[in-house]
Write a protein that binds this ligand. Structure first.
Ligand SMILES: Nc1ncnc2c1ncn2[C@@H]1O[C@H](COP(=O)(O)OP(=O)(O)O)[C@@H](O)[C@H]1O
Ligand SMILES: [Mg+2]
Length: 242
């Protein structure tokens, strides 16, 4: 469904991703983790066609991101770290925004899709609220509803649980898995929250200084003895006990 094909990426002369090679299956949840500055967001931006690819390629549903970024982007929905909502639009209009333009449909049909997606993320009663009336978790849900309204084949999430309390984070994790089950969309989730990762990932890709150190299922990840991974797991256990 999505292939990251020998991808290397530089900002100017500074290389931040080194020959990343991952094939992500249809309906798979791949979590990209690693410490801050490791290149996670850069990888997500390359996949999303938001950066001109330096070397290698990403192929989404048969479309090359390098050659046809616009066509590739139509197949993807993005849920950003800080759900960038329009402050002057209510929840419904925030989700509606873009739906009509991108999908070339009438207002009635667009409204039906928006209501359906708001219900899917548990916000059916909240469509008239303004962004400043929303909690952090609700904002993430609106961001997800907006991405889902485009019916993407691939969903990209950048740190979807960051800044949320553990209970809300858990509900967002659940929503990511439910969304995958319901839509069959391939999901790539960037996270440095180990607890969350072990909950949602089919496979984990661990990036360190732009190198892919590990790629495999959560069980193998847990057993791995690489120092960086142990550190993160230990930290997560401590947080769980706290
Ligand atoms: N627009 C940019 N211009 C130059 N360097 C950048 C830019 N964005 C990120 N970087 C650098 O690339 C590296 C990887 O960053 P990033 O992909 O944001 O990592 P992560 O999301 O894992 O924290 C970091 O060293 C960061 O400073
Ligand atoms: Mg980042």
């Amino acid at each position: 469904m999505l292939t990251i094909d020998h991808l290397s990426q530089s900002y100017g002369r500074r290389q931040v991703l080194f020959d990343i090679d991952i094939a992500v299956g249809g309906g798979e949840v791949l979590v990209v983790m690693g410490s801050s500055g490791g290149g996670k967001t850069t990888l997500l931006k390359c996949i999303a066609g938001l950066l001109p690819i330096t070397s290698g390629d990403v192929v989404v549903d048969g479309v090359s991101v390098k050659r046809e970024p616009d066509r590739a982007r139509e197949r993807m929905g993005m849920v950003f770290q800080y759900a960038a909502l329009f402050d002057y639009l209510d929840v419904r209009d925030n989700v509606l925004f873009g739906v009509r333009r991108q999908r070339h449909i009438g207002k009635q049909e667009a409204t039906r899709i928006v209501d359906e997606q708001l219900a899917a993320v548990g916000l059916q009663g909240d469509s008239g609220l303004m962004p400043n009336e929303l909690s952090g978790g609700m904002r993430k849900r609106v961001g997800l509803a907006r991405a889902l309204a485009m019916e993407p084949k691939v969903l990209l999430y950048d740190e979807p649980t960051s800044g949320l309390d553990p209970v809300t984070a858990y509900s967002i994790d659940q929503l990511i898995v439910d969304t995958r089950d319901r839509t069959g969309a391939t999901s790539i989730v960037v996270s440095h929250d180990v607890t969350s990762v072990l909950r949602v990932a089919d496979r984990i890709a661990f990036l360190d200084s732009g190198q892919l150190l590990f790629l495999g299922p959560p069980d193998e990840f847990r057993k791995s003895h690489q120092a960086e991974i142990d550190n993160l797991v230990t930290k997560a256990r401590a947080e769980n006990l706290a």
